[in-house]
Write a protein that binds this ligand. Sequence first.
Ligand code: CP
Ligand code: NVA
Length: 308
Amino acid sequence: KLSLKGKHFLTILDFSTEEIQLLIDKAIELKSKGPGQNPLAGKILAMIFEKNSTRTRMSFEAGMLQLGGHAIYMNNQDSQLGRGETIADTAQVLSQYVNAIMIRTHGHERVEELANHSTVPVINGLTDLAHPCQAIADVLTLTEKKGAVRGLKLAYVGDGNNVANSLMAICAKLGIDFAIAAPESYWPDEEVTSKCKEIAEQTGCKITVTANPVEAVQNADAVYADVWTSMGQEEENEQRLKDFHEYQINEDLVSHAKKDYLFMHCLPAHREEEVTTGVIDGPNSVVFEQAGNRLHAQKALLVELLKD
Ligand code: CP
Ligand code: NVA
């Protein structure tokens, strides 16, 4: 029987189509049951944040509490990590106190290092390369709004960043056509792209990487935006505002999508930069449903990794 017990959750590409579907099905089940079950009674999650967060922090903590467990927050500023203690030493210490460790950090190699030295499951709460928890919540949202996701088309317009990499991966795994439009120097990670293209051949969907936003959005069921400047790239902000000028998701651009398209954004958003106020606050927007679904997706993940 399929089980994720004891595994690390670092990237979508590490998981099979069936395992990803298991998480989405579990999230739907937990969402419909609501709080009040205690499958993780006595379990503790450590949460390490080396970058800011609202949704990831609150939904993991609320999720653990709703499942009968507990979460402990730790940041870089006031832990010894901020004074140079290694991630390997931290992993070996925390593994003895808690049942799982979630980390949000810069380089993806820090999450891998943590996983290599941890005896408990490590969860990637966002790195520069990937944001797998977001991708699970996004497909949960797509499923709720559109039913079966296989054969849908998701268009991402903007920076080929962590969120884009994980979306491309989950689309490839689940047979969703994925198109990304970005200036060429901002295309998604090459290794991730080539793996996704291979997977897409098996699952029968298409991965398109283009510089043309209209081509990407053409006939899309969902149009997705993220910020142009991610955490850690603040110094590039001015340049990025110029480089992405033609890539705003606005009323003109979404007119090329299907009439009943969904507008999606992982949040936080910058209105009038990557998306107009009219689109993000308009009738097709599901951004707050996505944010809400972070809770259910992560509860599913925690239960599957930690259940007895
Ligand atoms: N979408 C997301 O991960 O939001 P936070 O940065 O607020 O956690
Ligand atoms: N790409 C953004 C996502 C934030 C949730 C960042 O890394 O800052």
